[in-house]
Design a protein around this ligand. Structure first.
Ligand code: IMP
Length: 427
């Protein structure tokens, strides 16, 4: 039995939900360790689409205890709605466990996310406007309100009064907005307490017990490596740590507990929101990737920017996460292109870079150096064994392995749950 981290190796939307879903078949626990309802996982079961944003994908399996860890930020209304939607479709969410230490997304966080983005104008990040950044700001400035506070109305009220006083000043004086009402927020949020009570626990202890007892635990990262607050393309990032270290702090476990770190990478690459993107395509090839790959956000419906696979960024993800293996998803989308490209280096400001540049100025001026590979142009979505893939598809995958320096153990060939090949060593 193992503890594995599954995380995005790019800018999010790599198809992590599907890989987590696949590995959940044999898992006992699936733990979200950061982010909130800015994430979106789509899982297709028997042709039926399940879009989850906060609850770990493993909830669809009766063998799995889904856990929302302390590193997450939780919008309680969204969580309650998501549980109701699952119930309506015959999925029982009662096993869900929620960390008492997770921070709450409050109405002023959503409002601030909206007005702060507007204020930034051309410099805006393109956030999901779910209040994620402002909620983490409050956590780190020690103004935050946690899930456990919902169960102590007096303390909740005290913290809320301080916070609302401060936020209203900001909203009115800086952003010219109407103030928020403490009573209204208190009534709304304290009303959630009963609905959440049975789910709230010390999830760090729960996860530790599972690991101690030799259970199979998956840690599910949201967003991706290049959106990490420390290691991503700052400031065009999210406000948490999707990288592997985040699994430790966001779930309350030590690094020695982790056996495998699986990076999920799409066979091409996409990004939503603004910020540098060296291999972005502004031509009909990029447009074809958007259309064939269905590259529209699960949460916001925004069109994703698309481009060729970037091996420089991928090697960076291998390094900062200590990835032990890769899951390469949506390779079927590449079936529509006769010639494929992979960026192996960047040229920027008169220099060649084979490592991901640390300076934003360099990154903004990058021109990718491409290697071309032959495509396969046949439908591979029904293939279920690695050996049955066309030779050109296997060459592409094996080239990705060489460039990344780690094995590709899982290959996604289509949207359905079954359209995933697990590759045995030596195959
Ligand atoms: P925030 O997380 O809403 O603050 O948004 C910050 C940046 O992260 C923006 O560029 C978003 O588009 C991006 N982002 C947040 N969540 C996701 C996700 O699940 N997939 C891809 N991009 C995301």
């Amino acid at each position: 039995m193992t503890a594995s981290v599954i995380l995005g190796a790019q800018w999010g939307d790599e198809g992590k939900g599907k890989i987590t879903d696949r590995l959940s078949r044999t898992a006992d626990m699936v733990v979200r360790y950061q982010g909130g309802n800015n994430a979106g996982h789509t899982v297709v079961v028997d042709g039926e689409r399940f879009a989850l944003s906060l609850i770990p994908s493993g909830v669809l399996y009766p063998n799995v205890t889904p856990v929302i860890g302390n590193g997450c930020v939780v919008d309680p209304a969204v969580l309650i709605e998501e549980m109701a939607a699952l119930r309506a479709r015959g999925v029982d969410p009662s096993r869900l466990r929620l960390s008492a230490n997770a921070h709450l997304i409050m109405p002023y966080h959503r409002k601030l996310d909206m007005v702060m983005e507007r204020f930034l104008g051309k410099q805006q990040i393109g956030t999901t406007k779910r209040g994620i950044g402002p909620a983490y700001m409050d956590k780190f400035s020690r103004f935050g309100i946690r899930v456990q506070d919902l169960f102590d109305p007096k303390i909740f009220r005290q913290k809320l009064e301080v916070a609302v006083k401060d936020k209203n000043k900001q909203l009115m004086k800086v952003y010219n907005q109407l103030p928020l009402d403490v009573d209204e927020i208190a009534d709304e949020y304290l009303g959630y307490a009963d609905l959440l009570f049975e789910h709230v626990t010390d999830t760090s202890l729960l996860v530790w017990e599972a690991i101690r007892d030799g259970r199979n635990v998956l840690f599910e990262g949201a967003q991706g490596t290049l959106l990490d607050i420390d290691h991503g393309t700052y400031p065009f990032v999210t406000s948490s740590s999707p990288t592997a270290g985040g699994a430790c702090t966001g779930a309350g476990i030590g690094p020695t507990a982790i056996d495998r770190v699986i990076g999920v990478a799409k066979a091409y690459i996409s990004r939503v929101g603004t910020g540098p993107f060296p291999t972005e395509l502004h031509d009909e090839v990029g447009e074809k990737m958007v259309q064939i790959g269905g590259e529209y956000g699960v949460v916001t419906g925004r069109r994703r920017r698309c481009g060729w696979l970037d091996a420089v960024a991928l090697r960076y993800a291998v390094r900062v996460n200590g990835l032990t293996e890769l899951a390469l998803t949506k390779i079927d989308v590449l079936s529509h292109f006769p010639t494929l490209k992979i960026a192996t280096a960047y040229d920027s400001l008169g220099e060649r870079y084979t490592e991901f540049p640390r300076q934003q100025r360099v990154l903004y001026n990058c021109h990718p150096v491409y290697e071309e590979l032959e495509g396969w142009t046949v439908d591979i979505s029904e293939v279920r064994r690695y050996a049955d893939l066309p030779a050109a598809a296997r060459r592409y995958i094996e080239r990705v392995e060489e460039l990344a320096g780690i094995p590709v153990t899982i290959v996604g060939v289509g949207a359905d749950r079954e359209a995933t090949l697990e590759r045995s060593p030596g195959e």
